[in-house]
Design a protein around this ligand. Structure first.
Ligand SMILES: Nc1nc2c(ncn2[C@@H]2O[C@H](COP(=O)(O)OP(=O)(O)O)[C@@H](O)[C@H]2O)c(=O)[nH]1
Ligand SMILES: [Mg+2]
Length: 199
């Protein structure tokens, strides 16, 4: 088994959590992410740990994660989806691999090439790695999985799972914390739902 870690950031509502849900065969989400969550995605023999970040960076938003890969989600539904691109890129520009993910491609008027060119121009980088996908389209998700795992293998940013077991304690504590936080976030989501109903 091989594994890697991805820090997933980008504007609130870009479709980050829905994309992870789709990768895990879960339904798309309608609630904002409150706390940085730690999710596991399996693509064949590659285990990917994805840090799903809330849209607005706060104290809880830990950018200094051990993830060697950063993914910046772009909301293709927006007329100007690259408004905060520079800001997000600045947060992760030290990562060895940065990829851009155009989310909600089922709902866009932007073309792949024009988004790629704009990213290149705004950030002044030559080799922009851009993937388009839609959490609503199974075909798109299957293609995304294939492209993502190929990209990760090619980049060399993957590691033997044995390495992970040497740090079993650290990883175990992290996962326990995560389970606790996930419960909290579910609880808070329920509260939000109740408040909405009362309004
Ligand atoms: N049409 C369409 N809507 C999506 C897609 N992904 C997410 N959404 C919707 O966009 C909104 C924000 O999604 P969410 O995953 O919470 O975004 P996040 O804040 O980046 O985690 C939700 O209302 C989702 O239902 C997609 O691929 N296509
Ligand atoms: Mg979210």
């Amino acid at each position: 088994m091989k594994q890697t870690r991805i820090l997933l950031i980008g504007d609130q509502n870009a479709g980050k959590t829905s994309l992870i849900n789709a990768l895990c065969n879960e339904s798309i989400t309608t609630f904002p992410t409150i706390y940085q969550e730690f999710r596991k995605v399996q693509i064949d023999k590659l285990k990917i740990l994805i840090y799903d970040c809330p849209g607005n960076p706060s104290n809880e938003y830990n950018i200094q994660q051990t993830a060697p890969v950063a993914a910046i989600a772009i909301n293709l539904e927006h007329q100007n989806p690259l408004l905060y691109l520079e800001y997000h890129h600045n947060l992760v520009k030290d990562k060895p691999l940065i990829i851009f993910i155009g989310c909600k491609c089922d709902k866009t008027l932007h073309s792949y090439n024009s988004i790629k060119q704009q990213i290149s121009k705004i950030l002044n980088i030559q080799n922009v790695i851009l993937l388009f996908t839609s959490a609503l389209n199974q075909k798109e998700i299957a293609k995304f999985k294939e492209d993502l795992s190929q990209l990760l293998y090619l980049s060399g940013q993957i590691f033997d799972d044995d390495l992970q077991s040497q740090h079993r304690n650290a990883s175990y504590i992290e996962e326990q914390d995560q389970q606790f936080l996930n419960k909290w976030s579910q609880f808070l989501n329920c509260c939000c739902m109740c408040l909405k109903k009362e309004e």
